[in-house]
Design a protein around this ligand. Sequence first.
Ligand SMILES: [Zn+2]
Length: 416
Amino acid sequence: MDLNQRHLNGERLRNDFEELALIGTTPSGGVTRLALSLEDLEARAWFANRIEEAGLFVHDDDVGNLSGIYSSKTPNAPTLILGSHLDTVPNGGLYDGSIGVLAGLECLRTLHEAQIDLPFHLEVMNFTDEEGTWFSLLGSRGLTGTLPQNELRHVDVRDGAFRAALLRSGIELERVHLAARERADIIGYLELHIEQSTHLEKTGSQIGIVRDIVGRNTSKFIFRGSSGHSGTTERANRRDALQGAALFVTQAHQMVQSNFDGGLVNCGNLSVLPGRFNMIPSQVDLLVECRHRDENTLAAIENALLQLAEDCASSHRLALDHRRVEHIPAAHMDETLVNTIQQVCDALEIHCLDVVSYSGHDAQVMQNFTPTGMIFVPCVNGISHSPAEYSHWEHIELGANVLFHTVMKLAATYSR
Ligand SMILES: [Zn+2]
């Protein structure tokens, strides 16, 4: 089949998009479908109905991932997974996650309708809790067998609510490990997603081909001084934890910006003790996050931040504690898939751009498990996780067609 001849049914895709947008609608025009909430379950039921209606197999697993399968006639064929997530952040946008799942479904339907037999099964997946309402990337971590069982049992103070959500969704913590798939059965993962940034828009690109997803370190810095009367303590005797922390916050941004190209730091929260008008702050807990596409540079940023914090602490005669909270390694997309997507864009005469993703995705987890590729579509002003999130429909339809043609091209060149 000529690559340029067949396209997805854009109208059906749009109908799906509009129907799904009605589930969990908020007054400000966004959607709230927190993972495993009633709205999320309603979206899953809706998705299962669409899969069934299309004559595809509905599949679910022990961590709540819900998928549709278009089966190959080849015996013992492996599986290519397409997907993203239907869950959202509170009052989130209509596009984040949903377009990847819906475009994947439309790929399966188009192939099924045209009775095109593939050398692999094609599976469209809705991953559980990508947004981390309970446990970030729960579904993809479950599927790849990388869920830390112990952490799951102690999710935090909301543990009771988490268990209730699991019960409501029919997920048993004792069984989530059974969702792990065999590496040998999966030949790749493709995800279509909105960019959530402005590189495509600024360069007039229609499609982004993701090269890397940034790694991310989060840590807690604790500045310790001593408390005292804010009026009577002499200047020379003050050990004000907040002054040290504030100095660090203002210098950290400047330092990362000037020394680490492509690096980002965020100081997300300060808690100040004792926190009164008339007492000198004795302790400040500061949440710090940094991101970079390269693991070595990320480690260098973290070290430089630590050194800076020590300098700021000592300039105010403070003690400093540093605790790493989480490290999510940088992820790199598969070279063959990147090239395939590039060839598809060339054949369809699409302006595309290599991009780095500064936000996390299921693709980040999947790339450790199977060759992974990611396609971005522009979103207006880079706004995401907000009711104001918006992508032009022609970009979404184009992105969905790039996904479709990438699948077709992989099928044409596939050999075991
Ligand atoms: Zn997303």
